[in-house]
Design a protein around this ligand. Structure first.
Ligand code: ADP
Ligand code: VHF
Length: 377
């Protein structure tokens, strides 16, 4: 794909039909652990404008913990997981009440969706998330998404909404991703460092990752800092989605395609959202070891993985789970969604389709991983 100019990327963002906007805690809350209604209302005004012009807007909003800790008597964002979960339970309600009120000024409805990591991994849940989001958008509502912090444990959580927003952009097949934070743009180094310069356009985020010095959160309430925002911009770019990063006060101009913040060009054409999801979100539960012929066929990009070309199955997984496809040397070739449970597979190995049908029955005469469910790594 040819690298687009900055003007082309900005225009694509301005013309986006479906847009995912992620806003960070520090843009919505005060350091005391309470909401900042003025700034939240200003953001909603910018989002409502896009929605009322016919755009489909999905908001990924942080801020539950940062909006809740003040009213529970904490002086600063707690570090204990149970305290964070309690603050999130309180803050999420306060956040949604404020969004509900602010969007209703424009005659718009909002719908809350709280997501855990497993919702983006298990195929059934992934389909549910997708269907609910699509229907909310079809009905003209603004979905507001956050991680379900009250139920997420430290071991299994996204932890930051930046990467979650890039996955959501894939799920809803967004045309643009807008990352709103407390700094006006990406800089060559953390803005507190003398000599750091603003970057207005990143044609290839993978190249930029090597050149830009990114640091952690800038506020006491933000998490992840620029590292996770760059990762979100990278996922968007390789998914074919243009992105812009700027401060929340610039939300309106950024969505209008004005030259604010940092624009990130897509570096691939759009893939199917299902494939992108397999590539980014699905955590492999096991491994299928392909022989030399099957490895070559998989590497070629257009072939399904047949039982005839598989030497070994490892791990304990169910049909529909993600698995690695490795070559004999142990290199990962691809990730795919497997069509059979792990205990069904050993009897299938080395058998061609006709033999599978004859010895095991019609229902086994299928690829272990269909090419539509497979992404090269
Ligand atoms: N290269 C960089 N360019 C811009 N900001 C950076 C950079 N490296 C680190 N940062 C820091 O990242 C912070 C934004 O991340 P974070 O605090 O997690 O915000 P949010 O709450 O919006 O997610 C900025 O305040 C800034 O201090
Ligand atoms: N889910 C958490 C926020 C996680 C997060 O990514 O925060 P931030 O870095 O402010 O975007 C919350 O609502 O408090």
């Amino acid at each position: 794909m040819n690298t687009p100019s900055q003007a082309q990327v900005r225009r694509a963002i301005a013309e986006a039909q479906t847009i995912v906007v992620k806003v960070g805690s520090s843009s919505l809350t005060k350091p005391s652990g309470h909401l900042d209604p003025e700034r939240l209302n200003a953001l909603v005004a910018a989002l409502a404008r896009v929605r009322l012009m016919g755009g489909r807007v999905v908001l990924v909003s942080s801020g539950a913990i940062a909006a809740g800790f003040g009213s529970l008597g904490f002086d600063s964002r707690p570090t204990d997981v149970a305290d964070q979960q309690a603050c999130a339970a309180v803050g999420q309600g306060l956040l949604m009440a404020q969004y509900e009120n602010a969007f209703s000024q424009y005659g718009l409805r909002v719908g809350q969706i709280l997501i855990t990591v497993s919702d983006t991994i298990a195929p059934q849940q992934y389909r549910n998330v997708r269907r609910t989001l699509d229907r909310l958008l079809d009905l003209g509502a603004v979905p507001i998404i956050n991680e379900n912090d009250s139920l997420a444990s430290n071991e299994i959580r996204f932890g930051d909404n930046d990467r979650l927003s890039a996955l959501i952009a894939n799920i809803v097949v967004a045309d643009a991703l807008v990352l709103l934070t407390d700094v006006d743009a990406l800089y060559t180094a953390p803005p507190s460092e003398p000599g750091s310069r603003r970057i207005s356009y990143v044609p290839n985020v993978e190249d930029a990752l090597a050149k830009v010095q990114v640091g952690g959160a800038g506020s006491n309430v933000g998490t992840g800092g620029m590292v996770t925002k760059m990762e979100a911009a990278r996922v968007a770019a390789v998914s074919g989605i243009p992105a812009v990063l700027t401060c929340a006060a610039n939300a309106g101009p950024a969505m209008m395609g004005d030259p604010v913040g940092t624009a990130f060009a897509p570096i691939n054409d759009r893939g199917s959202s299902r494939r992108l999801w397999i590539g980014f979100a699905a955590h492999p539960q096991g491994t299928l070891v392909a022989d030399a012929g099957a490895s070559n066929a998989v590497r070629g990009g257009a072939a399904s993985l047949l039982a005839a070309g598989v030497l070994e199955v490892r791990g304990d997984f169910a049909a529909g789970d993600a698995v690695w496809i490795d070559d004999e040397a142990g290199n990962h070739l691809a990730k795919g969604l497997v069509g059979f449970d792990s205990e069904e597979i050993p009897q299938m190995l080395g058998r061609n389709t006709a033999q599978l049908k004859r010895f095991l029955g019609e229902e086994y005469a299928h690829p272990l991983v269909h090419r539509d469910n497979l992404v090269l790594v």
